[in-house]
Design a protein around this ligand. Structure first.
Ligand SMILES: [Zn+2]
Length: 265
């Protein structure tokens, strides 16, 4: 794959997060996996060149189960990104994780169905380990920055990713809660995992917008309107967290092994 060296950090925006940077260069990337969700918008933050793409399209026209995750992630790699940050709106499965809080997930559970979720289609067969998918260096930088900004952030969390577009039933949601999982969303898999397969550093930042189906009936159930309302109230916190965390990141990746997850051609 030709690497263009146009950006070194990628950011995928989710529900309610359709633009991020100013003074952007708009780039369209054609990929071997088909069309990306949108153009990519490149600009500078500190010493980094950052590439932003709204994963649902800038007008939110692509539902989570139909996003072309492979094309989106391949495009970030092609531009030269070494790190990819995936902020997303997410539901809480545990009462102590409240709307407006942030969670830096350290594990995921794949509850999706039928998504194209790997670049590794032979003939050279590899079985990468997703045991520790998320980049420890970026997780530490996010934790530190949230502390400085006074943002309520949970340092770990397991994200169960459902296929969508529907939300969970009460029975499904209480099953997830009873597993001890803390966060539910629709896009972290395969997005975060594909980033890992491309030897880039993945980071998930979940902004909690709701209590899913209500945590065993104790809270109101989620609606898309509520997700956007809470997200919009907290999106400036998210942007400040991203800007300041990205500024902190060193040019070279020294504190992680994400660069050698998979043997690429
Ligand atoms: Zn890393």
């Amino acid at each position: 794959m030709e690497i263009l060296n146009k950006a070194d950090i990628g950011v995928f925006g989710g529900s309610g997060f359709y633009s991020f940077l100013t003074d952007v260069e708009e780039v369209k990337v054609s990929t071997p996996y088909g069309e990306t969700s949108d153009s990519i918008f490149i600009s500078k933050i500190g010493n980094h060149r950052v590439a932003f793409m709204p994963r649902h399209g800038r007008k939110h026209t692509i539902p989570p189960h139909l996003i072309n995750y492979r094309a989106n992630v391949w495009a970030m790699k092609h531009l030269g990104c070494k790190r990819v940050i995936s902020p997303c709106a997410a539901g809480s499965l545990q009462a102590h994780v409240k709307p407006g809080d942030f969670v830096i997930c350290d594990q995921f559970v794949d509850w999706t169905d039928g998504r194209k979720s790997t670049f590794l289609e032979g003939p050279f067969v590899q079985h990468p380990s997703p045991v520790d998918t998320y980049c420890p260096e970026m997780r530490a930088a996010t934790k530190q920055t949230a502390k400085e900004l006074g943002i309520n952030l949970h340092e770990t969390g397991t994200m169960v990713v459902i296929n969508g577009p529907r939300f969970s039933t009460k029975a499904e949601s209480s099953f997830f809660t009873n597993q001890g999982w803390s966060v539910i969303g629709m896009t972290a898999f395969p997005e975060n995992y594909l980033v890992k397969e491309m030897n880039m550093c993945p980071l998930n930042i979940s902004l909690i917008t709701d209590y899913d189906a209500g945590i065993n009936g104790d809270m109101p159930p989620v609606s898309h309107e509520e997700v956007l309302k809470v997200f919009n109230k907290n999106v400036e916190n998210l942007k400040a967290l991203l800007f300041q965390m990205i500024e902190k990141l060193p040019a070279m990746r020294n504190a992680c092994t994400c660069a050698s997850s998979v043997q690429l051609d």
